[in-house]
Design a protein around this ligand. Structure first.
Ligand SMILES: Nc1ncnc2c1ncn2[C@@H]1O[C@H](COP(=O)(O)OP(=O)(O)O)[C@@H](O)[C@H]1O
Ligand SMILES: [Mg+2]
Length: 320
């Protein structure tokens, strides 16, 4: 853990209850109370192909937190969906040292705790990644038939909702809408599909006006917990939103279907790793390889450029 604000943060170990470590975020309860807010800390870890790399990307956690908060503010202004953000002021959280507060500044959010719906809600406006692979093999994405003749990176006739299971371990798996309904219920899935597509439409339109294509993105939703820690029926947007970790962002200038796009997300790292795989130097399993400085700096540079281009206003709170 770092004492200064500019050192990379690979892992945190705060004396708060309920510590959970995701691939990128460390999550704590802000107090012992059952329904207490969560402290979500974005570290500088980077995961690719669902493997956490041993090399941190210094500053990534702060960039992603800024971008996520910017989008939460944007969505609040649009009034599309309620969300989990309480704020970034940690002065009410007891038990943190001054050094920890410095380390956490800019990379953490206090959020309402929720019972997360175990479905990754993906919206796609363009054909890429696992969507392209399924389309090439079967002409469908998550079982949804698409018109013939689409190419890699093609814009879809209209954005589609393509759910995936939220795997505790290993890779998420694309599933059909019907399968998602079997897992969590049709009424919930219908609400999630409508919310996902509305958020995607608003964000994609905003981004495109700033020269950025939001090719696809993933949301998580949950049922907010009450003070006793029990789930209510209030469905809220949780997790990070519309960051380069959860989305494919492409520069609009230079976009052309029929090939991979230069991208503002992790594609740079992924390409580096795929090169290692093709050379037999990595097998896509943990542990990942150390990343060279050139890949670290190019990656943070891409994230910075995405944030600058999007120019989201700073998060100002407001009605959630
Ligand atoms: N409001 C919330 N309530 C409960 N859990 C949340 C909330 N927001 C995010 N989470 C969870 O916190 C974790 C964030 O850590 P992350 O590194 O993204 O994990 P993962 O490896 O699952 O992607 C995720 O498991 C996410 O589902
Ligand atoms: Mg995550």
């Amino acid at each position: 853990m770092s004492g200064t604000s500019s050192e990379a943060v690979f892992r945190t170990n705060l004396s708060l209850p309920g510590r959970r470590q995701g691939k990128v975020r460390d999550v704590y309860r802000a107090s012992d109370a059952a329904g207490a807010p969560l402290l979500i800390v974005a570290t500088d870890r980077l995961s690719a192909f669902d493997v956490v790399m041993p090399t941190p990307i210094p500053g990534k956690g702060r960039l992603l937190t800024a971008m996520s908060l910017g989008w939460f503010g944007f969505l609040r202004a649009k009034g599309i969906v309620r969300d989990h953000v309480i704020g970034t002021d940690l002065s009410g959280v007891a038990g943190l040292s001054d050094a920890e507060r410095t380390m956490l500044a800019g990379r953490s959010m206090l959020c309402r705790a929720a019972k997360v719906v175990p479905i990754e809600c993906v919206a796609r406006g363009y054909l890429a990644g696992s969507g392209w692979n399924e389309y090439r093999a079967h002409g469908t994405v998550c079982g949804l038939p698409l018109p013939p003749g689409l190419a890699l990176s093609s814009r879809l006739p209209e954005p589609i909702f393509t759910p995936a299971t939220k795997a505790e371990e290993g890779h998420d798996e694309n599933i059909s809408f019907a399968r998602a309904c079997d897992l969590v219920g049709r009424p919930v899935m219908e609400r999630l599909r409508a919310l996902t597509l509305s958020i995607y439409a608003a964000a994609a339109e905003y981004a495109l006006a700033r020269g950025v294509i939001l090719a696809d993105t993933k949301f998580e939703f949950g049922f907010a917990l009450d003070a006793a820690g029990n789930p209510t029926d209030e469905l809220i947007l949780v997790d990070e939103v519309l960051t380069p970790d959860s989305s494919r962002y492409w520069p609009a200038d230079g976009y052309a279907p029929g090939r991979e796009q230069a991208s503002f997300d992790k594609q740079f790292v992924r390409n580096h790793l795929l090169e290692l795989v093709s050379q037999g130097r990595w097998n896509k399993e943990a542990p990942g390889p150390e990343l060279p400085e050139s890949v670290v700096s190019a990656t943070i540079g891409r994230y910075e450029e995405a944030l600058a281009r999007l120019a989201l206003p700073p998060f100002a709170g407001g009605s959630r």
